[in-house]
Write a protein that binds this ligand. Structure first.
Ligand SMILES: Nc1ncnc2c1ncn2[C@@H]1O[C@H](COP(=O)(O)OP(=O)(O)OP(=O)(O)O)[C@@H](O)[C@H]1O
Length: 387
């Protein structure tokens, strides 16, 4: 059953001029039928404003692409509604939604030249013939591909093909741009430079709402205003990139966004946002964001964890005043930094990853000390906490 009431010409009764560019209203998607049916999206609610970029972040199979497809019209929701600028488009075919879509595999027509590939979408959207050449050249200029209009896709690199795919999506001047893992097929170096280009493109399209699907947290942090974290077909957390990073509302989000170390701890006292906790038998002070870590969470000790990000920890000499004693159990040099894994004597089964700048050559077994600022040690509700 749908939640929105639709009136004449697909106009939602809830539509208003102030509605965000994109609204998912309790959307559900089920693939297959009968016993084989599987829910890929459950009670999915999300709003994206004009000019805003939201990243859908989550592990493989969590339903990110399904959400995008429901918005683009490639799968039909079994429940709920999708609205664009206040208009219910749940039953509209994809070509009538005016959405630009970019997918991982470029999806260019191999026998058509670059300019023809870009023009194809314009014809499908019935843009008048006289306007097509100008729109194609504007779109190619936006992605720095003006000089390549007469090439075939096979004569381009992966990054150039993806730029053409983006140009094709932009040519229809969409108010909504959907990007489904657009950089996943590119190598690490090209991905980094494409992130910079996408940031520039973002700035050049101040009125466009963007939904960006990725399982790469660094892309999400670099490009999004807000991040929506998905797990098992559901939206688990949504907030600004900064809030989710600094004050993760769940251990899942803390781990997914930045590979946090999550340590069992006991909270002794909280004053304001400052907490005294015991970790591995040692007292430390930590940041207790409110209301993320509600008083009941720590008073009942219902699974509060200490989130330590690898870059927030500093290795010191053993016995240095104020440092916790630790021992190195593994060390991997990564070029610009070394990922050193340590354990605390009171928590020998809980490895803690620490990123040290440069090449740290201390051997496994070395006794060290660790320090972290109060704001670098954040309490988060554990998996058992009731939200
Ligand atoms: N056409 C389909 N028919 C049946 N099941 C599907 C179909 N497409 C996706 N699924 C299933 O729906 C679930 C969500 O898939 P979806 O592609 O949305 O996940 P995702 O988060 O985008 O994953 P990835 O990061 O691997 O692309 C998965 O369990 C997947 O196997």
């Amino acid at each position: 059953m749908r939640t929105a009431v639709r009136g004449a010409r697909g106009q939602s009764a809830t539509a208003s001029a102030t509605e965000p560019a994109i609204v998912f209203d309790r959307v559900g998607v089920t693939y297959g039928r009968g016993r084989g049916a599987g829910a890929a999206l459950v009670d999915f609610n999300l709003r994206v404003a004009r000019g805003e970029t939201v990243a859908l972040l989550g592990p493989s199979g969590s339903g990110k692409s399904t959400a995008l497809k429901a918005l683009a019209g490639f799968v039909r929701p079994s429940a709920g509604a999708v609205r664009l600028d206040g208009r219910d488009v749940t039953d509209l075919p994809p070509a009538k939604r005016g959405i630009g879509v970019v997918v991982q595999s470029y999806a260019l027509f191999p026998h058509m030249r670059v300019a023809e590939n870009v023009a194809f979408g314009l014809r499908a959207h019935r843009v008048p013939r006289a306007q097509i050449a100008g729109r194609v050249s504007d779109a190619l200029a936006m992605v720095g591909m003006s000089a390549y209009g007469t090439r075939l896709p096979g004569e381009l690199s992966g990054g150039q093909q993806q730029r053409v795919a983006i140009a094709r999506a932009l040519a229809i001047r969409p108010k909504v741009l959907l990007l489904d893992e657009p950089l996943a097929a590119l190598d690490a170096q090209l991905r980094r430079s494409m992130i910079t280009e996408l940031q520039q493109l973002r700035a050049a399209l101040p009125d466009t709402a963007m939904l960006y699907v990725t399982h790469d947290q660094s892309e999400a942090l670099a490009l999004a205003d807000r991040i929506a974290v998905m797990r098992d077909a559901r939206l688990v957390d949504v907030d600004t990139t900064e809030n989710l990073w600094k004050r993760p509302p769940s251990s899942f989000t803390a781990e997914f966004l930045g590979g946090a170390n999550l340590l069992p701890c006991t909270v002794t006292r909280v004053i304001g946002t400052s907490a005294l906790v015991t970790v591995g038998g040692v007292p430390v002070t930590a940041y207790a964001p409110q209301p993320v870590v509600a008083r009941t969470d720590w008073e009942s000790q219902a699974g509060v964890l200490l989130c330590l990000r690898p870059h927030a920890v500093t290795l010191t000499s053993p016995g240095e005043r104020g440092a916790l004693p630790a021992r190195i159990v593994a060390s991997v040099w990564r070029g610009a930094s070394t990922r050193v894994t340590i354990t605390l004597p009171g928590l020998p089964q809980t490895p803690i990853d620490v990123d040290v700048a440069g090449h740290d050559e201390r051997p496994v077994g070395t006794e060290v000390g660790i320090r972290f600022p109060e704001r670098g040690a954040v309490l988060v509700p554990g998996p058992g906490a009731v939200s």
